[in-house]
Design a protein around this ligand. Structure first.
Ligand code: GDP
Length: 525
């Protein structure tokens, strides 16, 4: 197949939701439809022995949360879908943000008993940076939920995106009967207890069908009246507005009962964009442009304990990856042979022969690849927009055995390359400061230092409020700043100069005193 034909088939998306809204459960059902797994496993039920296939690491199993970002590819109807799993826990938001730079659309999952929750609000803000198209799944219809109209209003008012119901729920909780598919004018019936299988769609054609009256009795007319109201009060689906991120198609169902997920997948494959262009410092790169290009948005160490390797996740932007091809590693200016990139089928790794725009491939990384790196077929350009956020939590890290300083530093620098944590080395002393966006990252780092680098480290409290990456166009002024503020300056894992502020007040005063210095809240790798 030609590259344009391969591009046309692909949809690359991620799921955004508040913890417990049902992301893992939906992922399983989506894979079930993709036939990637025969029987969807029980959702990470602690102690049940079964875990969702997207949860890899031991730690995730213990804690029952997704730490890693995994990638799953599966066929659905005529399309090939890439689903990028985002860590659900608040503590890993940096990874999540970067993953969202690698997708072309998002599915927002909402717990219909709860409505819009704070984590969803945060994630939606991130998708807004690139106007990513959003589909919405209102989950847990098998429970007593809030009024559907009110839920849609809440999405519109809080998230500032117009809602276009594609389906509409008939009842909820024990009385959940199914949905009315507005565009297809058909009622799709729900049967409980079928969550582990793909059910044949039981359909009643037409809202006026007398079968509906047999099924619902007097409620049938109420449903017809309600739908008239709903259609009057809500938006019709407009593809253009969806693609601009201004309007979201809304689906209702239950992930646990595996109902409605396929309606959403139909919408995703019909409407979500094919692999989209990405901006580089030289030009905008379109999927069908000639020549291979891609960027690394995630590095993960030791995904498979048997392999003990590090894998860089690269999103292909243009061209074709072919096994054994030569790629240009732009940052270090070298050509590298990529003999064995990986693809990810629900956690199983397989060598891939070829891959196309929108696909994610895994490159074995022996320490030369960093988050944000661009690979091309020789062109010197760098993709932009892959953020690194200023950490908000800091600890001093200290060894139990002082002889292992070298291993500690090596471990910390590698973990910071991965984006698992940020490390700062003050210019004026031998401390090592670890910075994180979420508190759980600290535990992860100590556990991994022990398991992977054989060093035992402990934390001490440190008086740091925030860090800023420092930039100054005027070398002389920078020099002066470095001399006068050396007590507060440090180098990060990539040797970039940072200002370590004990308090926000200190930061503000310093910024006032040195107006020529720019203090960045994010570092673009
Ligand atoms: P995540 O944290 O967003 O990945 O959420 P999970 O998929 O792990 O779901 C959280 C909890 O909600 C689990 O106990 C699920 O079994 C449950 N759950 C998910 N979907 C549904 C649903 O449609 N109905 C009901 N009743 N429970 C659900």
């Amino acid at each position: 197949m030609s590259i344009p034909a391969e591009v046309a088939k692909r949809r690359t998306f991620a799921i955004i939701s508040h913890p417990d809204a049902g992301k893992t459960t939906i992922t399983e059902k989506v894979l079930l439809f993709g036939q990637a797994i025969q029987k969807a496993g029980t959702v990470k039920g602690r102690g049940s022995g079964q875990h969702a296939k997207s949860d890899w690491m031991e730690m995730e199993k213990e804690r029952g949360i997704s730490v890693t970002t995994s990638v799953m590819q599966f066929p659905y109807r005529q399309s090939l879908v890439n689903l990028l799993d985002t860590p659900g826990h608040e503590d890993f938001s940096e990874d999540t943000y970067r993953t969202l730079t690698a997708v072309d659309s998002c599915l927002m999952v909402i717990d219909s008993a709860k409505g819009v929750e704070d984590r969803t609000i945060k994630l939606m803000e991130v998708t807004r940076l690139r106007d990513t198209p959003i589909l919405t799944f209102m989950n847990k219809m098998d429970r007593e939920i809030r009024d559907p109209m009110e839920l849609m209003d809440e999405v519109e008012n809080v998230l500032k995106i117009r809602c276009a119901p594609i389906t509409w729920p008939i009842g909820c909780g024990k009385g959940f009967k199914g949905v009315y598919h507005i565009a297809n004018d058909e009622i799709i019936l729900y049967k409980s207890g079928q969550g582990h299988t793909i059910q044949e769609r039981k359909v009643i054609k037409g809202l006026d069908n007398p079968e509906l009256d047999t099924l619902l009795g007097g409620d049938a007319q109420d449903l017809r009246d309600e739908l008239e109201l709903v259609q009057g009060a809500s938006n019709e689906f407009e593809l253009d507005a969806f693609l601009k991120g201004e309007l979201t198609p809304v689906f209702w169902g239950t992930a646990l009962g595996n109902f409605g997920v396929d309606h959403m997948l139909d919408g995703l494959t019909d409407w979500a964009p094919t692999p989209q262009p990405r901006q580089s410092d030289e030009r905008q790169v379109t999927a069908t442009d000639e020549g291979f290009s891609g960027f690394v948005f995630k590095i993960q160490a030791n995904m498979d304990p048997k392999h003990r390797d590090r894998v860089a996740f690269l999103r292909i932007v243009s061209g074709k990856y072919q096994k054994g091809m030569k790629m240009h590693h732009v940052r270090i200016g070298k050509d590298v042979n990529i003999a064995d990139a990986l693809t990810f089928m629900a956690g199983d790794r397989a060598a891939v022969e070829e891959a196309y725009p929108g696909d994610i491939i895994g490159l074995h990384n022996h320490g030369t690849i960093q988050i944000g790196d661009t690979f091309t077929q020789g062109e010197k350009m760098k993709f932009t927009g892959i953020p690194n956020f200023a950490p908000e939590l800091f600890r001093r890290i200290r060894l139990k055995d002082p002889l292992k300083q070298k291993q500690l530093l090596k471990g910390l620098v590698q973990l910071s390359e991965e984006g698992a944590v940020q490390v700062f080395r003050p210019i004026d002393n031998n401390d090592l400061i670890v910075g994180a966006v979420g508190v759980l990252q600290f535990d992860v780092v100590v556990a991994r230092l022990k398991a992977e680098y054989n060093v035992e480290a402990i934390y001490e409290a440190i008086n740091v409020a925030t860090a800023r990456w420092v930039e100054c166009k005027d070398a002389k002024k920078l020099d002066e700043f470095e001399r006068k503020c050396s007590l507060n300056l440090a180098l990060d894992g990539g040797d970039n100069l940072t200002y370590i502020a004990p308090t926000m007040v200190n930061l503000n005063l310093t910024a006032e005193r040195y107006p020529d210095i720019i203090f960045h809240k994010t570092r673009e790798h």
